[in-house]
Design a protein around this ligand. Structure first.
Ligand code: IMP
Length: 421
């Protein structure tokens, strides 16, 4: 058995939550390997909308175990809030959610620094979700962060105070202050930390290979998207973790040879929250149409998402970096009603027309191919044959340029709006 991976191929919000939920019946274990509560995975079923930030999307299926891997940064406060909300829905996770004890903790100081850092950037803001992600990963790399296993040591309070002192020293070096009640946040944080203890702590590098050996099916669930990867994303407008496939090895402690299928998810168009270059952005009525029809509002921040055409230069790059074996397209229903659809197949960069994704995309202009649109409502359609001809041609064109077969097409928000090819 090998571990399969599901990840986003764009700037996040590709509809991963729904797809993991659709795929979970096939899996025994779902594991998050990177990121933190900056993610927002939306699932819709039985007419209700559920948003998860930190907890893996397998929690809504009774027989699925869920793991928060060591590559994740965990804020106990958000974790407990999410657990309590699930308990209200009658979902008890105590025996089905395991935490790697090497997980790094997000402290109130990290959130304070995230807010100060962003504000100090003025108009060059990254558009961070302000969940403390960047500062927590910074401390991890600087070897001063706090790990879950350290909370069980007698000197944990000492370690915490030392880190807090450093955070306050940095906070005091800014020439402005923000409204943040550290003492209050800290009291709630320690209370939440106590509640973490009712969950089982594991070591992923032992647990997952053992589970695979015993014939269990494991899915690694990515958060954010490949273009937000700390190394391969549109730096510096990225998140602070490895969102691409190699993050599975470091985040869960599994060897590359244990990686099986890589499900890559892309919307049939493109969105981005926060700042940063976006070559196919539509600052016009069509962009507004997609935003409204697609409900393109951030699940974590409530911010409006920027919308644009599908960018196949970026998509090909993400497929290559991740070694995608199964391509999944989402939100095809949102494009219904448009007369024409465009896809960027190349970039114009200075005098050159290029088909690779360069390190700098600030100055590229997309070169588009235009295809006919379709008018039909596709949300109830159950097979490829039923789809409008124009959508079939659109999918075929994406398959031709990416050289990948589409595995699933999502045609609406509900669990049932999905077509397997
Ligand atoms: P941070 O990870 O909160 O520091 O945010 C860094 C950048 O990544 C910002 O542009 C965020 O809007 C973006 N980002 C972080 N998490 C997500 C996500 O789950 N979906 C989409 N964008 C995200």
């Amino acid at each position: 058995m090998k571990i399969d991976v599901l990840l986003g191929l764009q700037w996040g919000d590709e509809g991963k939550g729904k797809i993991v939920d659709v795929l979970t019946p096939e899996y025994d274990i779902i594991a998050r390997f990177q990121g933190g509560a900056n993610a927002g995975h939306t699932l819709k079923f039985d007419g209700k909308k559920h948003v998860l930030h930190l907890i893996p999307s397998g929690v809504f299926r009774k027989n699925t175990k869920n793991i928060i891997g060591q590559g994740v940064v965990l804020d106990p406060l958000i974790f407990v809030k999410e657990i309590e909300a699930l308990e209200k829905l009658g979902i008890d996770l105590t025996d089905r959610l395991y935490l790697d004890e090497k997980v790094n903790l997000i402290t109130p100081g990290h959130r304070l620094l995230d807010a100060l850092n962003e504000q100090s950037k003025g108009k060059n803001k990254i558009g961070s979700t302000l969940k403390g992600i960047g500062p927590a990963y910074t401390d991890k790399t600087a070897r001063v962060g706090l790990k879950l296993f350290q909370t069980q040591k007698n000197n944990f309070n000492e370690l915490y105070e030392k880190l807090k002192k450093e955070h306050l020293r940095i906070a005091n070096s800014f020439d402005f202050e923000i409204d943040f009640n550290l003492e209050e946040e800290e009291a709630k944080w320690f209370e939440a930390l106590e509640m973490l203890k009712k969950f089982k702590y594991i070591n992923c590098e032992n647990y997952i290979p053992e589970a695979l050996k015993n014939g269990k099916k494991v899915l690694a669930e990515g958060a954010q998207g490949s273009l937000l990867d700390i190394d391969f994303g549109t730096y510096p407008f990225v998140t602070s973790s490895t969102t691409t496939v190699s993050g599975v090895c470091t985040g869960l402690g599994v060897a590359p040879s244990l990686i099986g299928d890589v499900y890559g998810i892309s919307k049939t168009y493109t969105t981005r929250v926060g700042q940063g270059p976006f070559p196919t952005e539509l600052d016009c009525e069509v962009g507004q149409y997609i935003r409204e029809k697609g409900g393109e509002v951030g699940a974590t921040t409530g911010r409006s998402r920027r919308c644009g055409w599908l960018d196949i230069v970026a998509l090909n790059y993400a497929c290559k970096v991740n070694g995608v074996t199964k391509l999944i397209l989402t939100k095809a229903d949102v494009l219904s009603g448009l007369e024409k659809i465009k896809i960027a197949t190349k970039y114009q960069k200075g005098d050159e027309t290029i088909s690779y994704f360069p390190s700098e995309i600030e100055d590229v202009t997309p070169v588009y191919e235009e295809l006919p649109g379709w008018q039909e409502d596709i949300t109830q359609m159950q097979s490829f044959d039923e789809l409008p001809d124009a959508l079939k041609s659109y999918i075929k064109e994406i398959e031709r340029i990416t050289n990948l077969k589409v595995y699933l097409l999502s045609t609406g928000a509900d669990r049932k709006s999905i077509i397997k090819f």
